[in-house]
Ligand binder design. Structure first.
Ligand SMILES: [Zn+2]
Length: 176
């Protein structure tokens, strides 16, 4: 079986897991909107909240340090962002990339959007961008073969590490 088939099967499972558990018991029908009022904290997984955006751990990470940047407003598509929201969103994206580099020292990062269910979005109704640290030689191949993905650290540990860096006194997130 070619790798892309394996990968697609794994993604399907991911989508099912994400949608079934993250929608369960959700009053608003959106897990992100439900978590936002909880604010920054290990239990919510939220690392930072800005005037129009927030940063949260991916509850189903592909690897250590996998985070999501979202507008606070429940919108589905990129083009619905106002100019203020878009600016704030990108500033938080930049700050998050800087924090992940400082926290993990990865060889690279993936930054991207899955827009719509057909593009692989697990929760297509609330726009979110993925940021994922990568290391030379790490591939998702083994994780697509195994039933359980092996993650090197817990979500609580990920939250603590990134939060400490982002809120640290020496943190430079980019040009001001
Ligand atoms: Zn929402």
């Amino acid at each position: 079986m070619p790798l892309d088939r394996l990968s697609a099967a794994w993604r399907e499972q991911y989508v099912q897991d994400a949608t079934s558990s993250q929608r369960g018991g959700s009053p608003s029908g959106c897990v992100f909107c439900d978590l936002l009022p909880d604010g920054v904290g290990e239990s919510s997984g939220i690392i930072a909240v800005t005037p129009f955006s927030f940063l949260i751990l991916n509850a189903f990470p592909y690897g250590s340090g996998h985070v999501l940047v979202l507008p606070r407003r429940h919108i589905q598509s990129l083009e619905e962002l106002s100019n203020d929201e878009a600016g704030d969103f990108f500033l938080l994206l930049r700050r998050s990339v800087a924090a992940l580099k400082k926290t993990y020292g990865p060889d690279g990062l993936n930054v991207g959007f899955n827009l719509g269910q057909a593009a692989g979005a697990g929760i297509p109704q609330h726009l979110h961008g993925h940021i994922l640290p990568r290391w030379s030689g790490d591939t998702n191949f083994m994780t697509t073969l195994g039933e359980t993905r092996i993650l090197p650290e817990s979500l609580a540990s990920t939250w603590s590490k990134i939060s400490a860096v982002m809120n640290g006194p020496d943190f430079e997130s980019g040009a001001n």
